[in-house]
Design a protein around this ligand. Sequence first.
Ligand SMILES: Nc1ncnc2c1ncn2[C@@H]1O[C@H](COP(=O)(O)OP(=O)(O)OP(=O)(O)O)[C@@H](O)[C@H]1O
Length: 227
Amino acid sequence: MKQHSQGLNILDLSYQVDGRKLLDRVNLTVHPGESVAVTGPSGSGKSTLLMCVLGLIKPRSGTVRVNDRDLTSLSGGRLTKARRELLGMVFQFGELLPELTPVENVALPVLLGGGDHEEAYRRAASLLDELGVPAGSTPTGMLSGGERQRAAVARALIARPAVLLADEPTGALDPEAKQDVAHLLFSTARHHNCALLLVTHDESVADQADRRHELRNGVLTEVGVGS
Ligand SMILES: Nc1ncnc2c1ncn2[C@@H]1O[C@H](COP(=O)(O)OP(=O)(O)OP(=O)(O)O)[C@@H](O)[C@H]1O
């Protein structure tokens, strides 16, 4: 019988570089509204795991399914379209355009995808409001680091993704902004019913996730929260 599953479903994912197994039959399910943090030594393959989910790296074997769609079987324009519809990504340094206003930055993915301008700007303003970012005419480059990361979370959510991926989203922030952004990231993902998969070196951020996993020598192991 075929099993249906919403959210993110990684099955037997393997990937190696120069003969080193970075991912060795990795399995992970993240349900809608649930958060999973992945920690592990530097160079253990955490970012590679996210790149495989995004389809930017082709795994050697295994599948990545989002809302029951097999992303690993897609390529070219179909992969780009599925990625735009199903996935949102927050990077360590926001990757926002500094000259644009926060609303323009957040609306951009929808506009580039040919979406309705008015609806995109309205939703961008609403998300920025929810995340407490000033949505005026100030260029994004003038905002504080924490405000820029909150704008990056808003941008990742603009297309109503099923899965939100975050790679060291608080890595460039001071301790106060870090806690603020981490809290908003977890609570907003839950509120929007996204499956959140987050990579971090920060124990205090990882502890806020519903579940924690560690990636070491290619093996992803569940660890107790707060241990
Ligand atoms: N295309 C590639 N060619 C060669 N080596 C690569 C390639 N991609 C990744 N690597 C290597 O694979 C390893 C895993 O990299 P990755 O960035 O996924 O680790 P990470 O766990 O996210 O590390 P960090 O915590 O330092 O960010 C590193 O040793 C990296 O140098």
